[in-house]
Each structure stands twice: as structure tokens, then as C-alpha cells.
Write a protein that binds this ligand. Structure first.
Ligand SMILES: [Zn+2]
Length: 54
């Protein structure tokens, strides 16, 4: 997917994480994710990865 506008790209992908367990997307502050304060609303796990990474 080609994105020509970096700002739009950042808005879409920044602060979005994917649950490693059930693959659901969650938008949250990266700091909170690192601190383990964010929980998946589906499976209640706390393991996330950034959405960009494959
Ligand atoms: Zn999950």
C-alpha cells in the first residue's frame, strides 16, 4: 500500500498495536503498552506488537 502523505500514514499507524494472541488491533499510547497497562479487549492479554512490523 503506497502512502504519499507521511502525516496521514503516521496518523493511521502511530499508536496502533496488534495483539499477539488474537491479532486484534488496539489504539493506545505506546508508553502505556510498554508499561503493560494496556490489555486486549478480546482476550485480556497484554502482549502487543506495533502494527507496522510484519
Ligand atoms: Zn487479544
Amino acid at each position: 500500500m503506497a502512502t504519499k502523505i507521511p502525516a496521514t500514514h503516521a496518523r493511521l499507524y502511530k499508536n496502533i498495536f496488534v495483539c499477539k494472541n488474537c491479532k486484534s488491533k488496539i489504539r493506545s499510547d505506546p508508553r502505556k503498552v510498554l508499561e503493560g497497562k494496556v490489555r486486549c479487549r478480546k482476550c485480556q492479554k497484554k502482549v502487543f506488537r506495533p502494527i507496522r512490523k510484519k
